[in-house]
Design a protein around this ligand. Structure first.
Ligand SMILES: C[S@@+](CC[C@H](N)C(=O)[O-])C[C@H]1O[C@@H](n2cnc3c(N)ncnc32)[C@H](O)[C@@H]1O
Length: 312
């Protein structure tokens, strides 16, 4: 974990109270804390740092034998293709990440990429601010992002058909390796970062994939700076009962709270300062782009991700 993060980290178990964590560094390489721990003296939670990864998800993370679909090899490989297919020169790859990136103005301070997976947009944010932080609940995905950050390249198996794999090597552009970055394991509904910290916050394709989307939005609002902040939220709004109880959906309903489309309701929450969403945000852009996922060489998904960019 990048030691620059130490001053901003708080105990996610004690939220909404923001309590500092006491840290112990056992091993460090440059500014990267490779082994250590973060302890909350109030609730007693201990968050380890192992192989450079800070485990700041209050639910804990059991990597071994995890049934989480994001831990599975094929899913990790698919995420890597989705994020870096353009760097591999792949057919039908994404141009979504550079397009989202164009919406962000360069600024000073910290950028948080929430649910950042294997790190593509976090690297894009690295070019826009002083320190970019990817936060994801999946250890396997964060491990890949860190490996890319450290080596600048990674060789991965891409599924072609059945058990046939094709090896491909992703090389990151030099400019991203010179950026200050960090990747941590955490829950985007309990962000382990102090309020009024981030100059940029992004939430790409995750708000419809968690149990408490409104809480995630409140957390984005809390960690964003009260002034001079940018927030980008994008999703296909594929609400599903399997992941989110319908009463928690921020859209996709005909009546009741949050009736109508999710993006419009998120805009109303952020830009009218309703229900604790203050200071108020100003809409800068509402648009959409095509986001692609590859499962194997004959199976691609084309997804419309609708986004809102706001500032305050
Ligand atoms: C559909 S992917 C989107 C990844 C990336 N933002 C993008 O647009 O390519 C959703 C990501 O959210 C992560 N995730 C799901 N629930 C989460 C949670 N509660 N906290 C943090 N990350 C979570 C998953 O591990 C996965 O990487």
């Amino acid at each position: 974990m990048n030691e620059l993060l130490l001053e901003y980290i708080i105990c996610p178990s004690c939220l909404p109270e923001e309590l500092s964590l006491n840290y112990e560094i056992t091993e460090k390489q440059g500014s990267d804390i490779t082994t250590g721990s973060l302890l909350c003296h109030s609730c007693g939670s201990l968050f380890p740092i192992i192989d450079g990864i800070a485990f700041l998800d209050p639910a804990g993370t059991d990597e071994v034998g995890s049934l989480d679909k994001y831990e599975q090899e094929e899913v990790v490989s698919s995420h890597l293709w989705t994020h870096y297919g353009d760097l591999l020169g792949e057919d039908n790859c994404n141009d979504a990440y550079p397009l989202w990136s164009k919406e962000i103005h360069p600024t000073s301070g910290i950028g948080l990429d929430l649910g950042g997976s294997v790190g593509r947009f976090t690297f894009e944010l690295g070019e826009k601010c002083d320190l970019a932080v990817g936060i994801d609940s999946s250890v396997a995905l964060i491990r890949m992002a860190r490996e890319l950050m450290q080596s600048g390249y990674i060789t991965i198996p891409l599924k072609e058909e059945g058990k046939i794999r094709r090896m491909a090597t992703i090389h990151l552009p030099r400019k991203w390796l010179d950026c200050e970055m960090a990747f941590i394991v955490g829950d985007v509904q309990k962000i382990p970062i102090r309020k009024n910290t981030a100059s940029i916050v992004s939430s790409l394709n995750i708000i419809d994939k968690i149990s408490a989307p409104r809480q995630h939005l409140l957390e984005m609002n809390r960690v964003s700076k009260e002034k001079d902040a940018q927030l980008l939220v994008s999703a296909p709004f594929s609400w599903s009962k399997a992941v989110t109880k319908p009463k928690e959906w921020l859209g996709g309903k005909q009546r009741g709270p949050y009736a109508g489309f999710g993006l419009n309701n998120i805009r109303t929450l952020l830009c009218t300062g309703m229900n604790h969403f203050s200071p108020i945000w100003k809409e800068e852009k509402r648009s959409q782009l095509w986001w692609r996922i590859r499962t194997h060489r004959n199976h691609f998904e084309l997804i419309r991700s609708r986004y809102l960019k706001v500032e305050r």
